[in-house]
Design a protein around this ligand. Structure first.
Ligand code: SF4
Length: 358
């Protein structure tokens, strides 16, 4: 059991802001070219070396962007991490830069897994990420499957694509995707106000995700820690209208699922507790969705920041949260999204407005 006061299990590193896509909701507000104050190779080497000071087992380093494929000298980073024994996963954009040869290279250097984004049908996905991106993504899913590259699909949930969730689930199951990470939009970067969901919609969709796990796919949520409350509560007494609409549509598409044993516990991480985010220039944040700068890795080591930063210490103790998030039965395992609290109330310790209980 990892003590989240001592080390995270995941370190997200925005290796570059550069990206060839221009997704409408981009967290990073990514751009065509990298910024001049991006971490240098020397900074990158020192940063990767410093992760070993957390001690084994080392956290997984997740290389994101922008598009990590456009980070100058990404191979240097991959190989440095390999030399130091740091496990790496990648989160590339679906572009022509991600080829058979590049995937082979990542496999040769022991990259654990890759994640790609898919947010709905072709029309929806291309509206969000640009023309042709859906076809490219599907091509890459098939290629990675054929190459036995461990793959995770990430999807953004927003009002515009709620109705498509059952269809998206079917697409993932047909394509043998085993892990689905469902991200609930936060109003940051280029995210769009009108796409935010009501607390009731959050509740319904999270209950539907619990139902969807009966089809044998592992589902994790991002910025929706209430999913842990809902796993605890189960679906037996739940009667939300949208939930039933989604369930009916799913059964129409996929049939009645077998009842599976869904794990009662998934890791209790949240922003700054078990996860940490390092920006393109070394600035450190509790997550990639909360623009609350804690420090910079060029000034202090990531280990010192993670263990000793006063805000992080307060964030790891849920009794510091306002409203029911500080006292409800799930305060420790859930605690609410700190990113959403900050986006809505400009207060990282505020209640999570997405929860009916908060
Ligand atoms: S009130 Fe807060 S801590 Fe409790 S379940 Fe809701 S979001 Fe989680």
């Amino acid at each position: 059991m990892i003590d989240y006061n001592e080390k995270p299990i995941l370190i997200f590193w925005e290796t570059t802001k550069a990206c060839g896509l221009a997704c409408r909701h981009c967290r990073a507000s990514a751009m065509e070219n990298s910024l001049p104050d991006e971490l240098t190779d020397e900074d990158a080497k020192l940063f990767i070396n410093s992760i070993t000071e957390f001690g084994k087992p080392y956290p997984v380093l997740i290389l994101t962007g922008g598009d990590m494929m456009r980070r100058k000298n990404i191979d240097f980073i991959i190989e440095q991490a390999e030399e130091d024994g740091i496990p790496v996963s990648i989160s590339p954009a679906a572009t022509d830069l991600l080829t058979y040869d590049r995937i082979k290279y990542f496999q040769k250097h022991h990259v654990l897994s890759a994640s790609l984004s898919l947010d709905g049908n072709k029309e929806m996905h291309d509206w969000l990420r640009g023309n042709g991106v859906y076809d490219k993504t599907m091509e890459l899913i098939k290629l990675m499957n054929a190459m036995h590259m461990k793959l995770q699909i990430n999807s953004v949930v927003m009002r515009k694509n709620i109705e498509q969730l059952p269809e998206l689930l079917k697409n993932l199951i047909i394509n043998n995707v085993k892990t689905w990470e469902v991200f609930f939009l936060i109003q940051t970067g280029r995210a769009i106000d009108s796409e935010d969901l009501t607390a009731l919609e959050f509740e319904d969709i999270n209950h539907w995700l619990l139902f969807a796990m009966n089809y044998g796919i592992t589902i994790r949520t991002v910025e929706s820690p209430i999913f842990r409350r809902i796993i605890d509560q189960g679906n037996n007494n739940y009667s939300g209208k949208l939930y039933y609409e989604l369930v009916d549509k799913t059964i129409d598409l996929l049939g009645i699922p077998e009842k599976r044993n869904i794990p009662s516990r998934i890791s209790n991480t949240r922003d700054g507790k078990g996860i940490i985010f390092v920006g393109y220039n070394g600035d450190v944040f509790p997550s990639g969705f909360v623009p609350y700068k804690l420090d910079n890795i060029k000034e202090k080591s990531i280990v010192s920041i993670y263990r000793n930063n006063e805000t992080l210490k307060l964030l790891r103790d849920s009794s510091n949260f306002e409203g029911n998030c500080g006292i409800c039965a799930w305060t420790d395992s859930c605690g609410g999204s700190r990113s959403r609290a900050y986006a809505r109330y400009n207060d990282i310790f505020a209640r999570d407005p997405a929860c009916l209980y908060s």
